[in-house]
Design a protein around this ligand. Structure first.
Ligand SMILES: [Zn+2]
Length: 214
């Protein structure tokens, strides 16, 4: 099961498995969105065990404290660890948020080039988008069975039917290069910002093939 909470946060579910990922600005809204995702209605009867932080930009990390308060493990690239360790060591003086009230210590699990979250039945493959100028520790998720790629900020599709950009976005060019590097077969892209699209729209956006049939 894949659930999206408003746009911009994605939850995946396996038999007893994880959930995840990042959200949209501003930070207070992100924290609210996290609270919504944590509500059992999003993934009924499945505890959230992991939240995957695609990168540390504020609109993708603003809700993490709410997950940490629930004891959810935060998965992030290893280069983000020093930043988050400093961030969670900060005191919280302007009213107590969920984490401050819980008095829990956030749990991080960091990765390098790749990592697999699995319950033995279903898997979520995580890969670093290597060499992407948007952020050094950018992580994407791949659901092999569904041939679905979930990514943030490397490619944000334009409005439906819009012409591809005249100058390809270098972040998107790099994303496609990473898909080839990893030999991933992708049918669709679920961006954290924007609408789900066929993979052909990324190719069209970077001038690699004609736009897909509408
Ligand atoms: Zn970003």
């Amino acid at each position: 099961m894949i659930a999206t909470a408003r746009p911009n946060a994605v939850a995946t579910s396996a038999s007893e498995m994880p959930a995840a990922t990042t959200a949209n600005p501003p930070v207070p809204a992100t924290a609210m969105l996290s609270n919504d995702l944590i509500m059992p209605t999003t993934v009924p009867s499945k505890p959230i065990k992991y939240v995957v932080n695609s990168h540390h930009h504020f609109d993708h990390s603003g809700g993490l404290r709410a997950y940490a308060a629930e004891g959810v493990t935060i998965v992030t690239h290893e280069i983000n660890r020093p930043y988050f360790e400093r961030a969670v060591a900060n005191t919280w003086n302007l009213g107590s948020d969920r984490l401050a009230k819980s008095k829990k210590k956030p749990v991080f699990q960091t990765m390098g080039d790749n990592m697999v979250l699995t319950d033995g039945t279903r898997s979520v493959e995580l890969y670093q988008i290597v060499g992407n100028a948007h952020h050094d520790g950018l992580i994407m998720a791949y659901l092999r069975k569904e041939k679905l790629l979930i990514e943030a900020d490397a490619y944000t599709p334009g409005p439906a039917g819009a012409e591809p950009p005249k100058v390809p976005n270098p972040f998107s060019v790099n994303l496609e290069a990473n898909v080839r590097r990893l030999n991933l077969e992708v049918d669709r892209i679920l961006p954290i910002h924007g609408r789900i699209v066929p993979y052909g729209e990324l190719l069209a956006a970077i001038g690699k093939t004609p736009a897909p049939a509408k």
